[in-house]
Design a protein around this ligand. Structure first.
Ligand code: NZQ
Ligand code: ZN
Length: 385
């Protein structure tokens, strides 16, 4: 096992009706900015519940944070926070609203150009405004981690930053808040969480059986409940398990002490920045080709994955690996998340465009062995059609 530090300070309040806990979790004298997305939280009543739970605290609102939150629009919120001396943020939404809130939390007190936060991956952050989350979409794990992914549309850039100061102080996870999600977002959430586990699990053996078995437990759970979450949208137990699985998939626990990959995510981010594909759609496209092209360096873990997750025990090594990759692709397709670039009407010139972006963003040594160079990325992208 590799050395690691692990400290996750986010308080989780899990269950139906837990939004009322806000009155206890938010300081009584806080001057609060409540952030939300394009309207779902307003339409389904979640925003009103939040406002009610905050009682007579001073509250301002900032809505309209779109999927793949845009730097320039988030800067409007930074201006509002500074101008109004707001000192506590509450994100009501999915990964985009939470990531946007993390950026605002770090950018408002930042001395200098906040774009540096993204350009340095978060290294220059020295303070952040405290914030909490009301999660409405199980997918990213952002509600219990230190990462944020921000898009700057004007530059066609999608970059991330990480810092311990942007762990949420608390996150409220009420599974009933997911009932209004469209099937596409539920499917996206299952795929995203699945690939988060894969990025931390499917590398090379490092004598970490607990992390491996936790990871396999999360994958098996997603396989078990993914389709049911689509079929029976108001099944509390299914939604509760999906929510907690997605949180556990990227809260640092299964990644502590093991090598990590993230090449699928990095290539996927470029596809979103260029063509606007949903985050999970990009992962469903890239992952099968990524595993196929890197089967030699991932061989031992691919065979373990085939055996323990898919129960594939017959055939040669390569046949079992082929079958495991095929089952993975089929799982995504069964959720109606398409797995080929051509399914999204992208043509061959996309390969060169993505490669240029990867080079511009320094993504030329990806993966757990830093061996996913531009030539390898080209082979992977060509295999995505
Ligand atoms: O904007 P509204 O109207 O709220 O609609 C949203 C949005 O259109 C809708 N939605 C959310 N909750 C709903 C709902 N609709 C009905 N009922 C509800 N309860 O869902 C749509 C998508 O929301 P979004 O927040 O964009 O989805 P997701 O949670 O998948 O977040 C994706 C973003 O997170 C980043 C992605 O790159 C992408 O920008 N990621 C963040 C990570 C992290 N911070 O650790 C890791 C991930 O790998 C990922 O990169
Ligand atoms: Zn992801």
């Amino acid at each position: 096992m590799l050395d690691f530090e692990y400290h996750n300070p986010t308080h989780i309040s899990f269950g139906k009706g837990k939004i009322t806990e806000l009155h206890r979790l938010v300081p009584p004298n806080a001057r609060v900015l409540v952030l939300f997305g394009g309207g779902s939280a307003r339409h389904n009543g979640t925003l009103t519940e939040v406002e009610t739970a905050l009682g007579d605290r001073e509250i301002q609102l900032f809505g309209g944070i779109e999927p793949n939150p845009d730097y320039d629009m988030l800067m409007d919120a930074v201006v509002q926070v500074r101008r109004e001396n707001l000192d506590f943020l509450i994100a009501v939404g999915g990964g985009s609203v939470i990531d946007g809130t993390k950026f605002i939390a770090a950018a408002a007190p930042f001395l200098g150009d906040p774009w540096e936060i993204l350009m340095t991956g978060g290294q220059r952050i020295s303070q952040a405004i405290p914030f909490g989350c009301v999660l409405t979409l199980p997918a990213t794990g952002s509600e219990m981690n230190r990462h944020s992914v921000i898009t700057r549309k004007s530059l066609q850039a999608k970059l991330s930053f990480s810092h311990n100061l942007v762990y949420p102080h608390f996150s409220i996870l009420d599974p009933t808040k997911t009932y209004t999600l469209p099937p596409r977002q539920i499917a996206n959430g299952v795929v995203d969480a699945f690939v988060h586990v894969i990025e931390q699990y499917l590398t090379y053996p490092s004598n970490a059986p607990v992390q491996d078995r936790f990871a396999e437990g999360l994958l098996l759970t997603l396989i078990e409940i993914g389709y049911r979450a689509l079929q029976t949208p108001v099944d509390y137990d299914v939604r509760a398990n999906l929510m907690w699985t997605a949180t556990m998939a990227l809260n640092g626990l299964i990644g502590a002490g093991v090598p990590q990959d993230w090449a699928t995510h990095m290539v996927g981010h470029e596809l979103t920045a260029l063509y606007g594909l949903d985050h999970a759609q990009t992962l469903a496209i890239v992952l099968p080709a990524m595993l196929d092209q890197r089967r030699d360096s991932k061989r031992a873990k691919l065979l373990q994955y085939a055996d323990r997750v898919w129960g594939i025990r017959t055939g040669s090594d390569d046949q079992r690996i082929d079958a495991a990759i095929e089952r993975t692709r089929h799982f995504f397709e069964s959720l109606n998340v398409k797995t080929r670039l051509s399914d999204y009407e992208l043509a061959g010139d996309a390969v060169a465009q993505v490669l240029t972006q990867l080079e511009n963003h320094g993504m030329t040594r990806l993966g757990e062995h830093e061996d996913v160079d531009l030539a390898m990325s080209r082979r992977i992208l060509e295999a995505c059609f």
